[in-house]
Design a protein around this ligand. Structure first.
Ligand code: NDP
Length: 258
């Protein structure tokens, strides 16, 4: 697998924690030589620490660029992609992972602000990132592997649950966008990969209940949640397949999750 990752430039959104952070480590471990990682999120200090930790673990063969970026801000996205340093400009892999959950309440009680930030981050942010990076991949649409776009959806995009309507709607939109994009790009060498995890224990698990740990733990009754590393392994596996293989649409959840 490492041969197929060699030399790639990989851009990850939401890399400051959870699945995004683990994905950065997993790419670096799978190809510790000649790989470039662009790690983005709002918490720049966490990104810098992750960059240091990756280099410490795998060595200087991997170059890491931490960048503060709020995906809900379209201007920031365009400015960031347009001004990437020369050695990071040729993005090969975009992992659209940044996401949040706000407004866990029944539909009549959802605050407008929570609704707006959920869609601005999970949906518009992901689409804006894709629009910004796609021209780079399309220009390179010859030879092997013009690019990979990995969109992190959720099982919540496939089925609704009580109190989760806004999050579920946002992830259903991600799924629909991913499916349409894959079809639009079918004649190109760009692969579009959708990964929908079930329960994964990350910061998200508690943040979604506004820090109520007991409520967060109750969700996992009888289930051992996935780790962020489990999801990272699937992302890196998908990217590492030979060019003709697209892991198009993956639903993964812990055993025993209903
Ligand atoms: P975390 O909360 O650990 O990670 C979320 C990441 O998204 C953080 O790095 C956060 O960084 C980033 N982020 C949030 N808002 C923004 C923003 N406006 N701009 C840039 N980055 C942002 O949770 P997970 O790792 O679990 O979540 C990653 C993805 O996986 C999300 O899309 C989530 O919906 C999805 N998912 C999670 C599941 C779970 O059970 N945990 C299940 C299914 C899907 P920062 O705060 O520094 O900006």
């Amino acid at each position: 697998m490492s041969n197929r990752l060699r030399g790639k430039t990989i851009l990850i959104t939401g890399a400051s924690s959870g699945i995004g952070r683990s994905t950065a480590f997993e790419f670096a471990r799978s190809c510790p030589e000649d790989l470039k990682l662009i790690l983005t999120a709002r918490r720049i200090n966490s990104l810098k620490q992750i960059a240091t930790d990756i280099i410490k673990e795998v060595g200087n063969g991997v170059k890491v660029l931490p960048v503060q970026l709020d995906v809900s801000d379209a201007e920031q996205i365009r400015g960031f992609v347009g001004n990437l340093p020369t050695e990071y400009k040729e993005v090969d892999v975009l992992v659209n992972n940044a996401g949040l959950v706000k407004g866990m309440a029944k539909a009549p009680d959802i605050a407008e602000e929570d609704m707006n930030i959920t869609f601005a981050t999970n949906v518009t942010g992901l689409i804006n990132m894709t629009q910004a990076v796609l021209p780079i991949m399309l220009k390179r649409n010859k030879g092997n592997g013009a690019g990979d776009i990995i969109n992190i959806g959720s099982i919540a995009g496939r089925e609704g649950y009580v109190g989760g309507s806004i999050y579920c709607a946002s992830k259903a939109a991600v799924r629909a966008f991913t499916d349409a994009l894959r079809k639009e790009l079918i004649s190109t060498r760009i692969r579009v990969i959708g990964i929908d995890p079930g329960q994964v224990e990350t910061e998200f698990s508690v943040v979604r209940f506004y820090g109520d740990k007991a409520r967060a733990d109750a969700v996992y009754a009888g289930v051992e949640p996935l780790t962020p590393e489990d999801v990272a392994e699937v992302i890196v596996f998908a990217v590492g397949r030979r060019e003709n293989v697209v892991i198009a649409d993956t639903l993964m959840f812990p055993n025993h999750q209903a």
